[in-house]
Write a protein that binds this ligand. Structure first.
Ligand code: FES
Length: 107
């Protein structure tokens, strides 16, 4: 469910844009956050926690908890809940700390 006409921010844009998540192309509405766009596409798992290796996703939805870390256009640890999705944006799940990934990949 999405609110398209809210009494305070007003009517949301109907313009559709395309972005990718883990190399899969998805649709979003202009003005949505990356997290909202992923949730609207049925994606709730944004990555895996560093220590306990548990699924991470939207939690506070206001930039406070870091549960929504994503990799956006090659930049690690981007907060998906406060970052607006853009046309052609490449988003990938943040499955581990970059240092852990580098060691695992032998980089
Ligand atoms: S969900 Fe908490 S910072 Fe994004």
């Amino acid at each position: 469910m999405q609110i398209v006409n809210h009494s305070i921010p007003g009517k949301k844009s109907e313009k559709e844009i395309t972005f990718s998540f883990n190399d899969k192309f998805l649709k979003a509405r202009e003005g949505q956050t990356v997290a909202a766009a992923l949730m609207a596409n049925g994606i709730k798992k944004f990555g895996i926690s560093r220590k306990l290796q548990q699924p991470r996703g939207l939690f506070c939805a206001n930039g406070r908890c870091c549960s929504c870390f994503l990799t956006v256009n090659g930049l690690n640890h981007v907060l998906g809940c406060i970052t607006l999705v853009e046309e052609g944006m490449k988003v990938s799940s943040n499955d581990a700390d970059p240092d852990v990934r580098r060691k695992a990949n032998g980089d």
